[in-house]
Write a protein that binds this ligand. Structure first.
Ligand SMILES: *Cc1c(COP(=O)(O)O)cnc(C)c1O
Length: 354
């Protein structure tokens, strides 16, 4: 079974990684290559390493397990569940944390294994996802964590533009650096990492506005070359490393409005239609189980995506002059959410171009 398939061009990814890591390195920043969007696929992780990432990072233990044979530091990105601390200690060198109870559990697990697990504490600078929101609660937690024998605080981090859509600025990152300085003098510990966010911080690099930050955790910008604060393509990168190929299973002329009384579609929504008369429609063998309609773009610009159910994708190709037939393949560029969904689907074949 070949189709549907995502063809992954590792040369484009490697070039993206090289371009962005060189830019970051020139500003004193190292890059944690975030592998979650492609489910920690080792082939792509290897390309990240060849392209110059400093370490690998993922939000899921299952993916970190796939990366275990790479001799490079690994970061657990999502706050660990208390129920997975043993695995976190086994498969990552560093984890991002914001809960004392979890850190205590990590410390106990590490002591049992004769290890010291490294901790980066997360600070919420307004985006309202993870992290300590007030300095005082952070300082109180540090007082307790420094007493634990199985963990060592090595830095601070923040995450922005994820829930609240807050865009990183030099003022916001300046606050992180300030809090870091305060901790170093108050608690007498050295913070080696100041991790200034994800692909939405990349836009600050050009004007040197990353203020003391020495690490970024990058996923989207490496795979499709986009900074995510404003959605701009980064100079010298490509957005087409992941191309979905879907096979046509029906090609017919049909009206653009359904016949009969209409109720709900397959997903319980009430559909609406634009009457464009009789159109040439094609159905591809792929569906919502594998793809996200808003995150895929036909390479043939004359094709319009008109809908999908779990396993049927319906397209309109009347505007072009290609005479598509059953068995032909339609190609789509994928954005971040499309890559995430497609790479997660076990029904989609993954093919690599080296
Ligand atoms: C997913 C994630 C990242 C990477 O985000 P991108 O926008 O893909 O660069 C960084 N940090 C954390 C904590 C994440 O969960």
């Amino acid at each position: 079974m070949d189709y549907p398939k995502i063809r992954i061009n590792l040369r484009i990814i490697k070039n993206n990684v090289k371009t962005i890591t060189s830019l970051c390195n020139s500003k004193g920043i190292n890059v944690a290559g975030v592998t979650k969007v492609f489910c920690g696929h080792p082939e792509i992780a290897k390309t990240f390493i060849e392209g110059g990432v400093f370490c690998l990072a993922d939000s899921r233990i299952e993916n970190l397990v796939k990366l275990k044979d790479f001799d490079i530091p690994k970061i657990m990105l999502r706050l660990p569940m208390k129920s997975e601390v043993e695995k976190v200690v086994d498969y990552s060198d560093v984890s991002l944390n914001s809960e004392l109870d979890t850190v205590i559990a990590l410390s106990e697990a590490a002591i049992k294994k004769g290890k010291v697990h490294k901790i980066v504490l997360m600070v919420d600078l307004g985006d309202l996802r993870e992290g300590y929101f007030s300095k005082e609660t952070l300082f109180d937690a540090i007082d307790e964590i420094v007493e634990l024998k199985g963990v060592k605080i090595i830095g601070l981090g923040t995450n922005l533009t994820c829930y609240g859509g807050v865009i990183p600025t030099k003022e916001i990152l300046g606050r992180l650096t300030c809090i870091g300085n305060e901790i170093e003098s108050k608690h007498n510990i050295k913070l080696h990492i100041l991790s200034g966010g994800n692909s939405s911080t990349v836009h600050l690099l050009e004007d040197n506005e990353t203020i003391g930050t020495n690490n970024l955790r990058l996923g989207e910008s490496l795979v499709i070359g986009v900074e995510t604060a404003y959605g701009k393509q980064i100079k010298g990168t490509g957005n087409d490393a992941f191309i979905l190929h879907a096979e046509i299973i029906e090609a017919k002329e049909k009206p653009s409005v359904p016949t009969g009384k209409t109720g709900m579609d397959a997903f319980g929504n009430k559909p609406s239609y634009v009457d464009r008369g009789v159109r040439k429609r094609i159905i591809c063998a792929v569906g919502r189980q594998d793809i996200d309609l808003e995150s895929m773009y036909p390479l043939d610009k004359n094709i319009i995506i008109i809908g999908a159910s779990s396993d049927h994708l319906i397209l309109d190709c009347s505007d072009g002059d290609v005479d598509y037939k059953v068995g032909d393949i339609i190609e789509f560029r994928l954005s971040y959410a499309g890559i995430l969904r497609g790479m997660t689907s076990e029904y989609i074949t993954k093919e690599f171009i080296r």
